[in-house]
Ligand binder design. Structure first.
Ligand code: ADP
Length: 645
């Protein structure tokens, strides 16, 4: 789904209209759940030993559902702290005045009025436009809370992360702190903290660009929300900002566009130095109805391996099946009604009879009646997932995330834990520390589990498993859309998904929905910290290459090469077969230079992953069977990483 960025009164009222009777059903039917290993004692949670907790149940709850390890290739504990950074010693003079030689023209226009973004903070949209053919560059007016007195010279100075391979990618570093031309490495240490695992392998360089064709620019697409986290990330990295387009997007000189989902034909206009924050076809996961359909198909093919998505029915099409389910359960099952293309809890209702369905076009899902409660609160997890390519498929999970809980299971919003609803609840609290109130961080939750001696390792493995399987379910659609729409030789798309996960009292994670445009607005310092880090880390992972646009512009031959891989489908199929026969020892000799580059890029990306953990590709082949079509590059990179120790 696309996440709402504001909660209107209408939403709130709609939520309030959740019938008292439905809320009553929930209250009456929802027993007072005790988390598996936590009991309340004298106002404090007391941990039971895992053994005791298990004997409280007739069987080991973990055995009730099958999980296998999803092996990841990530390493999160790092020993060496040493840095091996190289710098250009040459420093440019800091200049706060607009130099004529830079060609930068200060905007003479008055500032446009502030537009509220989701957090209620102000965002402005008053940049002069950049015309490729004229000697003009925009000067963004930075007026949000991350004001940093933009220095046009900084658009010509970048810190970059080098590839360890000769001729490999050199990408712009997205720091967490502001810097200018005089910044030293110490001032950039904050972002290096995020790259901690690979410090010794990360080579950072200061690049001063003399040619304005190599300057970096970003813009927001038409109607895209201007999140401070996004704007701040590009500004700190030194990108200049281009004017946003009103309706139709102009595919001019930007390197990055943060946009709403593009119309399919627009993906074809992207040039190889450009990147947008969506893949064509990723909507497959983002809408409740398409996710329901996709998950249904995967369940038909793979049975219980896709049982992490609650059994759902499309209304009115599957009325008979739903009716049967209700009668089989003797009215004991509860269902949650969700309008197909809604968000922010709009129109959501809990029912146990068909007669209670008032919605014309919705998804009706089995209600998870036994959520894990912490301090009597139900909660949802928001996990951020970065996908940097679908061919080869590369999935990363952000280590930090959000936990939104409601105040009390007796609260009338008890069955809805999304933030936009609960911020209207009288009992809603936020925490700056990240471990109290209605919003927590994932790390605070992990600490809570640890303090209470709850073994949560299966929970996190289960979540990784859900992420990989869910993204794979969209692989076929996205790849065929990419083949049809994208003309650029290089991958020009990436995406950040917000996975909403509910945990039950067996510590089993359930997928509720996937947000293709997760809200990145911040309502507290904790929120801001997470989202700022998320975007800076994501951009480092994605990698924006410093390149000369003019050289690449309208290069017809390169464009023609672009589709070679996709179009020669038959050849690819034969090659997969050959590739599979290749042994690890033969791999290096077998690969073409292009294939070698794909593998080297995977390595470089992994080195820049910062707070992300790579989930896919992984050495384990157990996920391969979920792909509808086996893909050459997936086999290739898997062989490549299997080859490493
Ligand atoms: P929206 O996109 O409108 O926010 P969600 O699917 O995220 O809709 O549902 C809103 C809230 O309802 C969730 O945060 C969760 O607390 C609750 N919820 C949704 N589906 C279920 C379910 N199957 N079982 C229990 N609670 C659910």
């Amino acid at each position: 789904m696309i996440e709402c960025t504001t909660t209107s009164n209408a939403t709130f009222n709609a939520t309030k209209r959740i019938s008292e009777s439905a809320a009553e059903i929930v209250r009456a039917r929802t027993p007072t759940y005790v988390p598996p290993r936590l009991v309340k004692s004298a106002g404090k949670h007391k941990a039971l030993s895992p053994k005791k907790a298990v004997t409280k149940r007739s069987e080991n709850p973990i055995k009730k559902f099958t999980r296998t390890d999803s092996s990841t290739n990530s390493t999160t504990n790092y020993k060496s702290k040493s840095t091996c950074t190289t710098f250009e010693s040459k420093q440019t003079n800091k200049s706060n005045t607009r130099s004529k030689s830079t060609g930068i023209i200060r905007s003479k226009q008055p500032r446009a009025g502030p537009k509220p973004d989701q957090a209620g903070t102000e965002c402005f949209d008053d940049c002069t436009s950049l015309d490729w053919n004229e000697d003009t560059f925009t000067e963004p007016n930075e007026v949000d809370d991350e004001r940093d007195d933009f220095d046009p010279e900084s658009s010509k100075t970048y810190w970059t992360i080098q590839s360890i391979y000769q001729g490999g990618q050199e990408v712009v570093l997205f720091p967490l702190c502001k810097y200018d031309t005089n910044t030293t490495i110490n001032e950039l240490l904050e972002v290096l903290e995020d790259i901690k695992g690979e410090r010794e392998n990360i080579i950072i360089k200061k690049r001063v660009i003399s040619d304005r064709n190599s300057m970096m620019f970003f813009k927001f697409g038409p109607r895209a929300v201007e999140f401070n986290a996004v704007r701040g990330a590009f500004r700190r990295a030194g990108f200049g900002r281009l004017k946003r387009d009103d309706e139709n997007c102009k595919f001019d000189t930007f390197n990055s566009m943060w946009s709403k989902h593009l119309p399919n034909q627009d993906f074809g206009k992207l040039k190889e130095f450009q990147k947008v924050n969506h893949f064509p076809g990723s909507f497959e996961l983002g809408r409740k109805d398409t996710l329901h359909r996709t998950m249904g198909k995967m369940r038909d093919r793979h049975g219980l391996e896709y049982d992490f998505y609650p059994k759902s029915y499309s209304w009115p099409e599957s009325q008979n099946e739903l009716n049967m389910d209700i009668s089989n359960s003797n009215g004991k099952n509860l269902y949650i009604v969700k309008p197909k293309a809604s968000s922010c809890g709009r129109g959501i209702k809990v029912i146990n009879k068909l007669s209670q369905v008032k919605c014309k076009d919705c998804i009706i899902q089995r209600y998870i009646p036994n959520p894990l409660l912490i301090d009597n609160k139900k909660f949802d997890l928001r996990i951020y997932v970065g996908v940097t390519d679908f061919h080869p498929l590369k999935i990363y999970m952000f280590q930090e995330g959000l936990v939104s809980s409601n105040k009390d299971i007796k609260d009338k919003y008890a069955h809805l834990t999304n933030y936009s609803i609960n911020k209207h609840s009288d009992t809603f609290e936020t925490s700056e520390e990240g471990d109290a109130g209605s919003k927590w961080t994932i790390s605070a939750l992990k600490k809570y589990f640890k303090d209470n001696k709850v073994d949560d390792s299966m929970l996190w493995r289960g979540i990784e498993d859900i992420i990989i399987k869910t993204i794979i379910s969209a692989d076929d659609t996205v790849n065929s859309m990419m083949a049809r729409t994208i003309k650029s030789k290089k991958n020009v798309c990436y995406e950040v998904f917000g996975f909403d996960i509910l945990v039950d009292d067996y510590l089993k994670p359930w997928l509720l929905e996937v947000n293709v445009s997760p809200s990145l607005s911040s309502s507290s310092a904790m929120d801001r910290k997470i989202k700022t880090r998320l975007i800076a880390n994501l951009m480092n992972l994605v990698g924006f290459e410093v390149c000369d646009r003019r050289k690449l512009k309208d290069d017809a031959k390169k464009q023609a090469d672009a589709n070679l891989f996709y179009k020669s489908h038959a050849k690819v199929k034969r090659s997969i077969h050959q590739l599979k026969e290749v042994t690890s020892q033969q791999l290096n000799n077998y690969m073409t230079p292009c294939e070698m580059k794909v593998c080297q890029e995977l390595d470089d990306e992994h080195r820049r992953r910062g707070m992300f953990t790579r989930l896919f590709p992984c050495k384990d082949t157990k996920y391969n069977k979920y792909f509808v079509n086996e893909r050459y590059k997936n086999v290739l990179v898997q062989k490549w990483i299997q080859n490493k120790m």
